[in-house]
Design a protein around this ligand. Structure first.
Ligand code: ATP
Ligand code: MG
Length: 413
C-alpha cells in the first residue's frame, strides 16, 4: 500500500478527552477514529489489524466445528421478556419505534436470538451437538467508556454457542474451547500474560472462566496462583480465598482486562425458549448450552497496551497491518530503485506499506514509522548505495542488506 495515497494521516496529538493509551496511540497512528466516547471507526490500517485478529479467531472456531452465521443487531422486546432480561440487563440499549411505538433492543449478546433459532432446526438427539458462532457488533450502554477500545458502547465480539444432549458432552466441549482460547491468546502475543481465571458460574454452574490479561489499563482485579498459572476473580475471592486447584492461599493481586469468557449456560436459555429435543426413547429433554465470547476491539486495545514504547506501537507479527514499512528517503535518483524493490517485495508475498511521500522529511518518516509500529523498517536512501537498511521496531541495531537478502529475511521469518 502506498502511504501517499492513504486518506488518513498520523496525528501529533490524540483528542483531549481520550485518556487510554491504547486509543491515544491507535488514533495518533491512524488506525481508528473516535466518533464519540466508546464508539470508534476502523480506518484502513486498523481494519487490517482487525481482520488479522478476526482470522486467527475464526480459524480456531472452525477447528472446534463451529459454523459461522451472522445474526441481527436489532432485536424485538418479546425475546428479551422471555428470559426476563428486558428488565434486568442494565446495559441493554432499549428504544421505541417512532411509528409503531413498538419496543426494540440492540443486541449486547445473542442468547435471545440463537436459542429460538436453533429451536427451528434441532428436533431430535440426532441433531446434536451443534456449534454456531458469529463475529458481529454488539451494543452496550456502558456507564463509563474511558478505556478506549477496551470498553466500547459498540464493539465486535466473537460469540460461539454450543448445544448438547447432556452435561457430559458440554463439559467435554468446554475443555476443548478452553484450549482453543489459549491458542488464540498465544497467537496474538498475549499468551504469557493471560490467565485462565475462575469466575462465578451464576445459578447454573459452580464456575465460569474468564481469560484475563495483565495490564494496568485493565478495570478488573484478579488474584493469581503462581504455582498453577491460574487466577480467581473478585467474586470468587470473596467466597474462597484459595486457589481452586492447589489450595494455595498466597495469591498475588494484579490488574487485568477480561479478553474472553466461557460459560456453561446449561438450561438457562433453552428452558424459557422451549428448546428441547427428542431423546432415543422419544422423551423430550432440554438442550444443554454453553456460550463463549471474545471481544475483538478489546483484544486489539489490549495488544496495544502491552506492546508499545514512548515512540508508538510495536505490533506482534501475527496481527501487524503490514510485515514491513519501506521508507524512501531522498528523491528522484533512487525512486526508481525503491519502486522496483516495492514491486519485488509484493511479488514475494511480503505485505508492505511504502512511505513514498514527497512532502515528508526523513525525520517525519522515521517518527511515523515508530508510531505506526510495523515490525520491520526498510530504508532506501542515497547514502546506502543500493543497499537496504533494515531494522526491527523493537531493536536499535541496523543492518545493511542487498535487496535479495532483505527479501529472503522477510520471507523466511
Ligand atoms: P466486563 O465485565 O468487562 O464488562 P462482560 O463480562 O460484561 O465484560 P461478556 O458479556 O462476558 O463481558 O462479553 C464477552 C466478551 O466481550 C468479554 O470477555 C470481552 O472480551 C468483550 N466485551 C464485553 N464488554 C465489552 C465492551 N464494552 N467493549 C469491548 N469488549 C467488550
Ligand atoms: Mg464476562
Amino acid at each position: 500500500m502506498l502511504q501517499n495515497e492513504l486518506f488518513t494521516k498520523t496525528k501529533r496529538e490524540a483528542p483531549k478527552d481520550e485518556e487510554a493509551i491504547n486509543a491515544q496511540l491507535l488514533i495518533r497512528a491512524g488506525y481508528v477514529d473516535k466518533l464519540m466516547a466508546g464508539v470508534y471507526t476502523f480506518l484502513p490500517l486498523g481494519l487490517r489489524v482487525f481482520k488479522k485478529i478476526e482470522n486467527i479467531i475464526r480459524k480456531e472456531m472452525e477447528n472446534l466445528g463451529g459454523q459461522e452465521i451472522l445474526m441481527p443487531s436489532l432485536h424485538q422486546k418479546s425475546n428479551w421478556e422471555t428470559t426476563g432480561r428486558w428488565e434486568t440487563y442494565d446495559s441493554l440499549f432499549r428504544f421505541t419505534s417512532h411509528y409503531s411505538k413498538i419496543d426494540y433492543a440492540l443486541g449486547p449478546t445473542h442468547e435471545e436470538v440463537v436459542s429460538p433459532l436453533l429451536g427451528k432446526f434441532v428436533l431430535s438427539y440426532k441433531d446434536l451437538p451443534k456449534y454456531v458462532f458469529q463475529i458481529q457488533n454488539k451494543f452496550r450502554d456502558e456507564k463509563r467508556a474511558k478505556s478506549g477500545l477496551l470498553r466500547g458502547r459498540e464493539f465486535f465480539m466473537k460469540d460461539l454457542y454450543s448445544f448438547h444432549k447432556d452435561e457430559a458432552d458440554l463439559d467435554n466441549y468446554y475443555e476443548k474451547v478452553k484450549k482453543a482460547y489459549e491458542k488464540i491468546f498465544k497467537a496474538v502475543g498475549l499468551g504469557k500474560l493471560t490467565y485462565l481465571t475462575f469466575a462465578s458460574g451464576g445459578t447454573f454452574s459452580k464456575y465460569s472462566h474468564e481469560f484475563q490479561t495483565l495490564t494496568q489499563a485493565g478495570e478488573d482485579i484478579i488474584y493469581i496462583c503462581d504455582k498453577c498459572h491460574i487466577a480467581v476473580n473478585k467474586e470468587i475471592i470473596e467466597e474462597q480465598s484459595a486457589c481452586p486447584y492447589c489450595g494455595n492461599k498466597n495469591l498475588r493481586q494484579d490488574k487485568a482486562v477480561e479478553v474472553g469468557n466461557i460459560f456453561k449456560l446449561k438450561t438457562k436459555y433453552s428452558e424459557p425458549f422451549n428448546l428441547r429435543y427428542k431423546d432415543e426413547k422419544g422423551d423430550l429433554r432440554d438442550v444443554i448450552m454453553g456460550c463463549y465470547g471474545i471481544g475483538l476491539n478489546r483484544l486489539m486495545g489490549t495488544i496495544v497496551e502491552i506492546y508499545n514504547d514512548k515512540n508508538g506501537i510495536i505490533w506482534p507479527e501475527s496481527v501487524t497491518p503490514f510485515k514491513a514499512h519501506l521508507l524512501l528517503l531522498g528523491q528522484e535518483k533512487i525512486k526508481t530503485q525503491a519502486n522496483k524493490f516495492y514491486n519485488n517485495l509484493q511479488k514475494s508475498g511480503v505485505e508492505i506499506l511504502y512511505d513514498d511521500r514527497k512532502d515528508a522529511s526523513p525525520g517525519e518518516k522515521f517518527k511515523d514509522a515508530d508510531l505506526i509500529g510495523i515490525p520491520y523498517r526498510l530504508v532506501i536512501s542515497e547514502k546506502n548505495k543500493g543497499k537496504i537498511e533494515i531494522k526491527k521496531r523493537n531493536f536499535n541495531k541496523v543492518k545493511l542488506l542487498s535487496e535479495k537478502e532483505a527479501i529472503k529475511c522477510l520471507t523466511i521469518s
